[in-house]
Design a protein around this ligand. Structure first.
Ligand code: GMT
Length: 379
């Protein structure tokens, strides 16, 4: 007989960002597999449109009190987690991004009688270790939250190793890579390129990110400014953050007619389909979901070879990695692919193949599902 469906609570950041996208997609897929999934967050995760069967959303209401200079989210989140865990008899509470979700979850568990506590699984996504883990104001809290979780996962081997090195939580960390499930394209490629003003002969480079300093938008712009055949490309930036601080760089580098910026695009699929090549210049990246998003559309990327990216991109097989991270080297790599559409297509086909096998939705969701059961069977 098939194992009973599970009742799973998921907490994530609901805004644009890889960890929220991954957590939302995971919840949707688990619900599709027959599990009961409860999202707990301050807003409905943006890729989840409706309450489907088995899919519920519990908003955390954050109150404002005169005494607080900064509003507190951790405590109301913990109260809501405890309430949902109790009312829906959750088996698993799965939190994405440790801060403050894992800490809130630990508090929630302590509010519940011992025999009514769900198992707590914390998934690390990146800066929860690489940035906040190193911050003396957060690190000890993150270490404590990991040590007290029933299980911890990380989205790459790089992040697993980095977490042991930076935080030494003393617990095993299971590596489960990310997946991406594209939604259907709404508008044909030619229509989207026309809307963007991209000529048929131009290679459309694509960068999508939250534009935080770690993404090195300065390096991105300097790199494209060094591409020699200026008329051969356009760079589309899907900005999950404010691009205005970079407008002066765009002018200074003479890129005003080459760079197209779109803010807060929720339906990225049309743009992934319209693009030819991804370009990523981060200083650190635990996985880089955006590269996988491009791969799912058969688009290879040129990227710095940092963090977990070499687990996603095999240099020369399904994309190009630039270990030096020098703008001139990044520009040369992009130029080589602008000049050689056949190679681009070959890398793109291999990228799609890897996205659909190694990082397929079925494979990764099954990994999480069996991990849940493994954790539940312990003790
Ligand atoms: O850690 C962050 O900066 C936020 C996080 C997010 O929500 O986008 O990004 C991390 O998680 C993604 C999903 O697992 C990964 O693809 C990103 O590489 C990772 N970001 C960094 O490591 C900088």
């Amino acid at each position: 007989s098939s194992p009973r469906p599970l009742r799973i609570g998921i907490t994530c950041y609901p805004s644009v960002g890889g960890s929220g996208i991954l957590a939302s997609a995971l919840g949707e897929q688990l619900a599709r597999c027959g599990h009961e999934v409860h999202f707990i967050s301050y807003e409905r995760p943006f890729r989840i449109k409706l309450d489907g069967p088995n899919l519920f959303f519990h908003p955390v209401v954050i109150s404002d009190y005169d005494l607080f200079k900064h509003r507190d989210y951790t405590l109301p989140l913990s109260v809501k987690m405890a309430e949902v865990s109790r009312d829906h008899a959750l088996d698993i509470l799965h939190v994405h991004y440790a801060v403050p979700h894992a800490t809130a979850a630990i508090l929630a568990l302590e509010m519940l009688p011992e025999n009514r506590r769900p198992k707590l699984i914390t998934t690390l996504h990146g800066t929860d270790t690489t940035l906040l883990g190193r911050d003396p104001g957060y690190g000890p809290a993150v270490r404590h939250a990991l040590a007290r979780s029933d299980a911890v996962t990380a989205v790459s081997r790089f992040l697993e190793e980095e977490t042991h090195r930076v935080l030494g939580p003393g617990c095993p960390i299971e590596v489960i890579h990310n997946f991406f499930t594209p939604r259907p394209v709404a508008r044909p490629r030619e229509v989207v390129r026309k809307e963007l003003g991209v000529a048929p002969h131009e290679t459309l480079l694509l960068h999508l990110s939250n534009l935080r300093p770690i993404k090195r938008i300065d390096r991105l712009l300097e790199s494209v400014a060094l591409i020699r055949a200026r008329e051969s490309f356009r760079l589309l930036i899907l900005a999950g953050g404010d691009f205005s601080p970079f407008a002066a760089d765009v002018r200074r580098l003479g890129l005003a007619d080459r760079v197209i910026v779109r803010h807060h695009v929720f339906e990225i699929e049309d743009y992934l389909n319209a693009a030819d090549l991804g370009l990523f210049t981060s200083d650190s990246e635990s996985f880089c979901l955006s590269i996988l998003e491009a791969m799912a559309f058969g688009r290879p990327s040129v990227s710095t070879a940092v963090g977990g990216i070499p687990e996603v991109v095999d240099d020369g097989r399904n994309g190009l990695l630039v270990p030096s991270a020098e703008p001139a080297d990044l520009a040369r790599a992009v130029e080589s692919l602008i000049a050689d559409p056949a190679r681009r297509a070959q890398l793109g086909a291999a990228a799609r193949e890897k996205a659909q096998t190694v990082f397929s939705t079925e494979r990764i969701v099954a990994r999480y599902e069996s991990f849940y059961r493994q954790v539940l069977e312990r003790d």
